[in-house]
Design a protein. Structure first.
Length: 396
């Protein structure tokens, strides 16, 4: 080609290339704008909660002995209900104890470890009291001067113990209680007692008893009592205490979950959840013990031990994270106002309740439950606590 032809060809090629690049750029811009418009019209959504276990049974709250009626108003720090709850939470199965031919034998071995014997030093025999419940009863004082009774479920390994401690001189003198450095010194006494029964669970967090967080009031450090006219009354100093109450608490449930915010599945993010387990009568647990002075040491003289184990690692893949939709704080508050909540505790006398805190938790009661289900907790003045099931009504 001549120089002129070459120049003309180069010009035409340049023009063609420029047009092509312009078209490509316009297409890129078009698709980007289209993508933005599509995302505005059809925003990305999280998949719906999988509801692995189908519809859940309702939470079996006990009958509340707190009389209303109550009216409620919001008195939180910002004056409003939380707007940042996730739109879903995990639900976990509970580990259900199965009957075994060895249940009674294992229970007898456990009871022998804590020294239930008769006047001749022989092990106290088990007496069936109904179903899987058996009773061991001492009719003569043990080495510490107490006559103890143990009611024990040989399948669940839950138990209650009672004794004649209120009338014992060693208790009234309080030697081993008042010589403690702090009420928390009673915790190892309880730990040894439960360990001797071989039922101390791995999910107990002793730090929640040793150092109850000051920012909440749903758990408590050991409490001091004196014995007055055969009744326990709160004591303000260890020097005046004769009995110490110790409550045990299960570890917080800790996980991360992608969720929408306040039931908006288009505005989603990863939520780092760390939710406490609460019990029927906060700040108390379903695992509580009274420690008092015996004739030779500090002893557990009364106990109520009701523990249920959460299966945090279900064996089936589809149950590895069972997710259920939950209510907003406003929906739960409406339920509370309409009488659908459970009043767990209240030390006041008035019917006007100022709600100072609203948060998420899980609930474990004394009745056997198949699932660990979340609740929305309303906390107010004078020890007020109320629970509303967090899972939406259509998932129950």
């Amino acid at each position: 080609m001549s120089l002129h032809d070459t120049t003309e060809f180069a010009k035409k090629a340049g023009i063609t290339l420029s047009i092509s690049l312009g078209v490509i750029l316009m297409l890129v811009v078009f698709f980007k704008i289209g993508g933005v418009i599509h995302s505005m019209l059809f925003p990305a959504r999280l998949p719906a909660p999988n509801e692995t276990y189908g519809k859940l049974p309702p939470i079996a709250f006990p009958k509340s002995d707190i009389n209303g009626p109550f009216t409620y108003s919001i008195n939180t720090v910002n004056g409003s209900l939380p707007q940042d709850f996730p739109d879903r939470l995990n639900v976990y199965p509970m580990i259900i104890s199965e009957p075994s031919l060895l249940n009674l034998k294992n229970a007898e071995s456990a009871i022998s470890n804590i020294g239930y014997t008769d006047s001749q030093g022989n092990p106290v025999p088990a007496v069936p009291i109904g179903g899987s419940n058996y009773q061991w009863k001492e009719t003569t004082p043990d080495s510490n001067g107490f006559e103890n009774t143990m009611d024990y479920n040989i399948i669940t390994e839950n138990f209650t113990t009672t004794s004649n401690y209120l009338t014992q001189l060693s208790v009234l003198q309080g030697q081993y209680i008042q010589n403690m450095n702090a009420p928390t010194d009673a915790i190892p006494v309880v730990q040894d007692f439960v360990n001797n029964l071989d039922v101390f669970p791995s999910d107990i967090d002793l730090t929640l008893t040793q150092n109850a967080p000051t920012q909440n009031t749903y758990n408590t450090t050991p409490l001091m009592y004196s014995v007055t006219a055969g009744q326990l009354t709160p004591a303000t100093a260890l020097a005046a205490a004769q009995v110490i109450r110790v409550d045990l608490y299960q570890k917080e449930i800790d996980y991360s979950i992608p969720a929408g915010q306040n039931q908006d599945s288009t505005q989603f993010k990863d939520f780092d959840m760390k939710l406490p387990i609460l019990y029927p009568h906060p700040p108390y647990s379903t695992m509580n013990f009274l420690v008092a002075s015996g004739q030779g040491s500090a002893n557990v003289v009364q106990a109520n031990y009701n523990h249920q184990t959460v299966n945090l690692q279900p064996s089936t893949p589809q149950a590895s994270q069972a997710v259920y939709p939950i209510k907003t704080a406003q929906q739960a508050f409406d339920d509370l106002k309409s009488g659908k909540g459970y009043i767990a505790s209240y030390n006041g006398t008035g019917g006007q309740i100022l709600i100072t805190n609203v948060f998420l938790a899980y609930y474990i009661g004394t009745a056997q439950q198949n699932y660990l289900i979340p609740v929305i907790v309303f906390q107010g003045q004078n020890g007020f606590f109320a629970y509303v099931p967090a899972v939406t009504d259509d998932a129950l």
